[in-house]
Design a protein around this ligand. Structure first.
Ligand SMILES: Nc1nc2c(ncn2[C@@H]2O[C@H](COP(=O)(O)OP(=O)(O)OP(=O)(O)O)[C@@H](O)[C@H]2O)c(=O)[nH]1
Ligand SMILES: [Mg+2]
Length: 450
């Protein structure tokens, strides 16, 4: 049904990236899920229980079944083994009793902690970071997302390289190791070589990403040239961003604006999708749906997804979607704000959408300043959200009277397609139009203003 194996190149071995592969077809059946034990260190942090639950959900998103949770109360992790010696022995017995194939730690482990733990318990040890990276690796669809995840994985592997005594090739010469290097000096250790292989891969991926982003850049510039406001949906994973996007697209998208993928699982969305919405008065905006955030999102992944989150960073307005029915919504909001800061998203105007109110006993839709209590499944909520968005992004519209000479018929067509034409009257020297339009368009056609 599945194989769990340590990723092992001929000459590059890494401890905590475990590839979990499933055959097609039955990969999602319950019986095929590998079993694992979740381990966590309770240092007195407030959201400890929740973060252990979330670890199980992350494992489930990877089709791994957590059968038992083992925790220890300590002020800080034990340097070499994460848990104390006694606890590690206890864990070893549980691993044997439960017949699990892996242990998943709630914190990011050091390379030596992983090595030492694996040495005692004899099954693969993965940490939270490795798990998240693996989910992203499995889900990434576009070439850009795939490369970004690959880059994050390589950067994660780099400090985790190790070499066993038997692998050491202290007097390495010639062809005994792969990687395409010809210039391997005598005395270069295996680990140095491994590092160079990975560094080379990193450069290669970076280069490819740069080329892709050039063409992405062109698309973005085209959009920017259209001068449309950009609204970005951001927030914790599974909050309902894609569901809100779809509800808006259903009402205001053109027929070719496709629905995005929404599902009750962590990280359903990995690529940014942008859709255009057009309202009855011809006002238009671009809406982007983005990857969701999670506590302790691996730093390398944040780094890698900066360009995916370009839309968020350059938006005119953010809509932070919150799962209002989740008891941990406050820490999820804190994580979202922290992640936005880490990505370098400036302090943008923001609407906070307390979504999934239908699962709470709070009445909805209801607005309080920039906060909206709503449900993505409720038309009245979507209507109120649209009012709030319009109020914020179309405030720079101006209304003016124009006289367009008959020779400039293209301007009349432009207004009819892109602006809110309030009245048109034909006079001797052209068309007299009262138009509500963006400040940019006003500046562009100012010479026709009367
Ligand atoms: N009851 C209820 N369920 C909702 C609501 N909004 C979204 N959901 C459900 O919540 C789940 C997650 O929704 P998504 O829209 O995929 O969430 P997301 O924020 O895009 O998640 P990621 O892409 O993983 O970041 C789906 O099963 C939705 O049907 C809501 O207002 N009420
Ligand atoms: Mg989504």
């Amino acid at each position: 049904m599945y194989t769990v194996y340590k990723k092992s190149h001929k000459d590059v071995r890494c401890y905590n990236i475990v590839e979990i592969q499933f055959k097609d077809g039955d990969s999602m059946s319950e019986s095929s899920s590998p079993k694992a034990i979740a381990i966590g260190l309770n240092t007195g942090q407030q959201d400890f229980d929740y973060s252990m639950e979330e670890l199980s959900a992350l494992a489930a998103a990877n089709n791994v079944d957590i059968v038992e949770t083992v925790t220890q109360n300590l002020d800080r992790p034990v340097a070499g083994t994460y848990f104390g010696t006694g606890k590690v022995e206890e864990l070893k017995d549980i691993v044997i009793d439960d017949e699990v194939e892996m242990v998943i730690a709630n914190d990011e482990l050091s390379p030596s902690q992983i090595r030492n733990l694996e040495g005692v318990i004899n099954v693969a040890v993965i940490d939270r970071t490795g798990l998240i990276l693996q989910i992203f690796a499995d889900r990434a669809q576009s070439r850009e997302a795939k490369l970004q995840v690959q880059l994050a994985k390589l950067q994660y592997q780099l400090p985790r390289l190790h070499t066993s005594a038997s692998q050491r090739l202290d007097q390495q010469t010639g062809t005994s190791s792969g990687g395409g290097f010809t210039n391997r000096g005598a005395g270069e250790s295996q680990i140095e070589l491994n590092r160079r292989v990975i560094e080379r891969q990193i450069n290669h991926v970076r280069q490819e990403l740069k080329e892709i982003s050039k063409s992405e850049e062109t698309k973005r510039q085209q959009r920017e040239r259209q001068g449309l406001p950009m609204i970005a949906l951001v927030g914790y994973t599974n909050a309902g961003k894609s569901t809100i996007m779809n509800a808006l697209v259903r009402q205001f998208g053109t027929s070719e604006e496709k629905q995005v993928f929404e599902k009750n699982m962590l990280f359903a969305t990995l690529d940014t999708s942008v859709r255009q919405l057009t309202f009855g008065d011809q006002k238009k905006l671009l809406l982007s749906d983005t990857v969701g955030f999670v506590a302790h999102l691996p730093t390398h992944l944040i780094e890698a997804f900066k360009s995916t989150l370009y839309e968020a960073a350059n938006a005119d307005l953010l809509i932070q979607v919150v799962d209002a029915a989740d008891p941990n919504r406050d820490s999820m909001m804190a994580t979202t704000m922290k992640t936005l800061e880490d990505i370098g998203v400036p302090n943008l105007p923001m609407i906070v959408a307390y979504n999934k109110a239908d699962l709470t006993d709070v009445s909805f839709p209801s607005r309080e300043g920039e906060n909206l209590t709503m449900s993505a499944r409720d038309d009245a909520s979507i209507a109120l959200l649209i009012d709030m968005i319009r109020e914020k992004v179309f405030k720079n519209y101006v209304t003016a009277d124009f006289l367009i000479p008959f020779a400039n018929g293209d301007v009349v067509s432009y207004f009819n397609e892109n602006a809110n034409v309030l009245s048109t009257e034909y006079v001797a020297d052209g068309s007299k139009m009262k138009v509500e339009l963006t400040r940019t368009d006003y500046d562009r056609f100012e010479k026709f203003v009367v």
